[in-house]
Write a protein that binds this ligand. Structure first.
Ligand SMILES: [Zn+2]
Ligand SMILES: [Zn+2]
Length: 132
């Protein structure tokens, strides 16, 4: 855990705003094919407990259920990728680029590096996992 105790963020158009009331996990990059396609590059996300995430207008978030229990939350107006949830772990990943800087976070790890596209230059400074 690191980062500020409270953080705020929003989508590009501002229709969805949120506040995080607990420290975020440091940033993990996910290069799996699904995250690559959803984000247009890769998912870079911090993470908090669901109950530490307060979305100003939760009904404004559109969720795409990519697989049973695996959901991506995005803004239906501007298309910003905001959240990711898997199963009943009680955790929400938050797309780090939607946080208002300074985030105080550091990128530590890359998952599914084998799925990164051929144009992508992986950061050798990160702990890399071929899968999660
Ligand atoms: Zn938006
Ligand atoms: Zn992924």
């Amino acid at each position: 855990m690191s980062g500020a105790t409270r953080a705020t963020g929003r989508c590009a158009c501002g229709a969805i705003r949120y506040e995080v009331t607990a420290p975020l996990r440091d940033v993990v990059n996910c290069h799996c094919e699904r995250c690559r396609r959803v984000t247009g590059h890769f998912m870079a996300a911090g993470q908090v407990r669901d109950d530490a995430l307060v979305v100003t207008d939760p009904g404004a978030v559109a969720w795409w259920e990519a697989a049973p229990g695996v959901r991506y939350g995005f803004c239906p107006i501007c298309g910003s990728t905001l959240f990711w949830r898997a199963g009943a772990r009680g955790l929400t990943s938050i797309a780090a680029g939607t946080l208002d800087p300074p985030t105080g976070l550091t990128t530590t790890t890359a998952w599914y590096v084998a799925d990164a596209s051929d144009y992508h230059r992986l950061d050798p400074g990160l702990v890399q996992h071929r899968h999660e």
